[in-house]
Design a protein around this ligand. Sequence first.
Ligand SMILES: Cc1ncc(COP(=O)(O)O)c(C=O)c1O
Length: 350
Amino acid sequence: MSSKENIDFRSDTVTLPSEEMLEAIRHAPLGDDVFREDPTVNRLETLAAERMGKEAALLVSSGTQANLISLMNNTKHGELVILEAQSHIYWYEVGGISRIAGLLPWPLTSRIGAFDPEDLEVAIQHQDIHFPEPALVCIENTHNRHGGTIIKPAQIKAISDVAHTHGLKLYMDGARIFNAAVALKVDVKKFTKHVDNLMFCLSKSLCCPVGSLLVGTCEFVEKARKLRKLLGGGMRQAGIIAAPGIVALEKMIDRLEEDHRNARRLAEGIAEIDGIKVDLSRVQTNMVYFDIADLGISAESFTSRLEEYGILTLNLDNNIVRMVTHRGIEEEHVKKAIVAIEKVSEELHR
Ligand SMILES: Cc1ncc(COP(=O)(O)O)c(C=O)c1O
C-alpha cells in the first residue's frame, strides 16, 4: 500500500517485501557478483534456471533491462524484430529496441495478446530486399496491455514452430509468467519449453523490491552477462536483491491464486455498474481493465475522483482504467473499491 489511507490498485509493482524477505536480506551471505562471488546470487540463478527448465539464469536490475539485453543478445544491430503491437517492449521501454539495440520493431496486431501464427508466417514471408533481416520473435506472457491475458502453451508452440522453421529465435517477456502458470494450474516449464529464452520479474506480483531474471542456454546467459556490464548493470553485493528472490520462488507463487480470485471479484462487481464496460473474458489473472467512455469523462479525471475515495488506479489511454490485485489487497479492499467506483459513476450520471 502506498499510504495508510489509500488502497493501491495501480500495479503489482507497489508490493512491499514480506518480513521473511527482509530477514533473508539481513542474513544473506554476500560477495562481489561481478567476480561471480556472491553465493546468494548464484543460488537464486541456479534456482531460477531449474524452475524454468533451462540451463542458466542471470539476475538483472529490471524487466526493461532484461528485455533490452535479450533483444541485443538474440540479434545483430540493424535486424528486424517481430513483436505484438501492444507489447511492453514496443510501448513502454523508451524505444530502447531502436535507440540502443538498433533494431526495427515490426508490430503484429492481435485480439487478446497472442498474434496468429499465420500472421507471423505472412510477416516473415513478406520480408525482401527492402527490409532488414528478421532475427527474433517476441511474445509477452501474461500480456499487460491486453489485460493480463495468457498465451497458452499450445499457442506458444504454434508461434515457435513458425519462428524456428524460418531460423528465427523466440523470446518471451514473461514478466508475470507465474501468474499464467498459476491461473492455468500447470508447471511454468510448459510455458518456457518452446521459447529459446525469456525473462521474468521478481519485483511485480512476487513482491520483491528489485530484480528480474533472464533465463536460457549457458551461451545466452554468458553473453547476457557481458551485455549487462555494457549497460552499467553489473552489480556487486547483489545478494541483498537475490535473497528475497529466493523467498519469492519458494513461497510467493502459490498465493497468486488469491490475487486472481480478487481480480475476478473486482471485475464482476465493476461489470454490474451502469456506464462501465469490462471484458470479463480478458480477466484471466491479476488485472482488470475497464472502459468508462459511456460516462462522458476522461480516464484521468475518473482516476482522480476515485483517489478522493482512497482508491488508487491507473489511467491508460483516454477511456481505459487499470486495476491490479496483489499481496496486500484483500477481499474487503475489493468491496470498498467497487463501492467507490459505483459512487463516482453515480455522481457522473446525476
Ligand atoms: C510485461 C512487462 N514487461 C516488462 C516490464 C518492465 O519491467 P520493469 O518495470 O521492471 O522495467 C513490465 C513492467 O510493468 C511489464 O509489465
